[in-house]
Design a protein around this ligand. Structure first.
Ligand SMILES: *[C@@H]1O[C@H](CO)[C@@H](O)[C@H](O)[C@H]1NC(C)=O
Ligand SMILES: *[C@@H]1O[C@H](CO)[C@@H](O)[C@H](O)[C@H]1NC(C)=O
Ligand SMILES: *[C@@H]1O[C@H](CO)[C@@H](O)[C@H](O)[C@H]1NC(C)=O
Ligand SMILES: *[C@@H]1O[C@H](CO)[C@@H](O)[C@H](O)[C@H]1NC(C)=O
Ligand SMILES: *[C@@H]1O[C@H](CO)[C@@H](O)[C@H](O)[C@H]1NC(C)=O
Length: 302
């Protein structure tokens, strides 16, 4: 209740400040044409599809992201920098042979799009080939993307629309396949994901990077000591979060092993409340072009 009245208070304040706002209506640079912005959007999704995405994971400097990229995905968390973002945005979805929730992206359809100044906002239905679950799935991703003067991605904010529904649908599909109840399906998926994570941990996380005493301790931890996770908890202390991070371990074990370990390494951790998540001042660039809304934009850092 307290939280909601705080939020309401904020909303009221924003209304007042909007009314009194005087926008600085300057044509700031870089300002791209609608056509250029549309092409940036297309180029991003082209690079996202498998097997094109495999190329992006490799190499040491991105043709897509700026070195200071800031990214946020609502069901996970925030990701800073080019290397990390390439690992997450491309690496996560680039191997059909690994156990994963949605698999690899094979097609996309942009259904909503506007672009202005250096920002695009789009809704895209991306078809994933979920090789683990043997289905193809449409996944709706809402994106805000901001480009630097060279047309590279300086920041993005992505929302997986209907993700809870998607997860339920995957689990229902599993239930059907194994001819079991939804509890049995959840147990089956838990077992599949945990075994895969533990195999990755055993083969890649050695020496200083070792996370668990052995494979059994790993399995026990993932199936008994941590929770499966809600659809919004892919960046929290859950099995689902470790399943996401498992895919990155191969690229940089020294960075990613911790994320699949018991500590969660700062990525699979319960470090933020709902309120902190929603009100986080994360972005260094505003998402409102031409200097509008500076007096009320609570997501801008500094
Ligand atoms: C990328 O690799 C090349 C060749 O190995 C090297 O010269 C360059 O400095 C590297 N760039 C970065 C940003 O690490
Ligand atoms: C955002 O700005 C802060 C403060 O200037 C800086 O410390 C941080 O490194 C910036 N983030 C990125 C990703 O550039
Ligand atoms: C999905 O991936 C599997 C395994 O790689 C492949 O056999 C199948 O043809 C793919 N389906 C589509 C629609 O691309
Ligand atoms: C985008 O344009 C705004 C002006 O509206 C500017 O302040 C901002 O720095 C630009 N963003 C990037 C990443 O260059
Ligand atoms: C599914 O389970 C039910 C109840 O145990 C059983 O009657 C049915 O024959 C099973 N169907 C298949 C396809 O295995």
């Amino acid at each position: 209740m307290q939280m909601f009245s705080t939020l309401l208070g904020l909303a009221t304040l924003s209304c007042i400040s909007t009314a009194s706002a005087t926008a600085t209506n300057t044509l700031a640079k870089p300002a791209f044409t609608y056509d250029q912005l549309w092409n940036f959007q297309i180029a991003f999704w082209d690079s996202f599809l498998y097997p094109e995405n495999v190329k992006q994971v490799k190499g040491n400097e991105s043709t897509v992201f700026t070195p200071e990229t800031q990214g946020r995905v609502d069901i996970t968390r925030t990701f800073d920098g080019d290397e990390l973002n390439r690992e997450y945005i491309y690496g996560l979805f680039s191997d059909p042979s690994t156990v994963s929730l949605v698999g690899v992206p094979i097609a996309y359809h942009i259904t909503q799009f506007v672009g202005n100044n250096n920002i695009t906002s789009a809704t895209t239905v991306v078809t994933f080939n979920s090789t683990t679950f043997g289905v193809t799935l449409p996944v709706t991703i809402d994106t805000w993307i901001q480009y630097n003067a060279d047309g590279k991605i300086a920041s993005y904010d992505a929302t997986f629309r209907w993700f809870g529904y998607l997860l339920d649908t995957l689990l229902e599909g599993v239930a059907e396949k194994i001819n079991g109840t939804s509890e049995k399906a959840l147990a089956y998926v838990t077992d599949t994901l945990a075994k895969s994570i533990c195999a990755t941990s055993t083969s890649h996380c050695k020496g200083e990077n070792q996370q668990y005493d052995d494979s059994d301790a790993c399995y026990k931890y993932l199936t008994e000591k941590t929770r499966f996770g809600q659809p919004h908890e892919l960046g929290r202390n859950t099995l689902l979060c470790r399943s996401i991070h498992e895919h990155m371990v191969q690229y940089r074990p020294e960075v990613h092993c911790e994320h699949i370990g018991p500590t969660g390494g700062g990525y699979c951790v319960d470090d933020m409340t709902y309120g902190q998540t929603v009100l986080q001042k994360y972005f260094n660039h505003s998402w409102i072009p031409y200097g509008y809304g500076q007096d009320q934009n609570i997501w801008v850092a500094n």
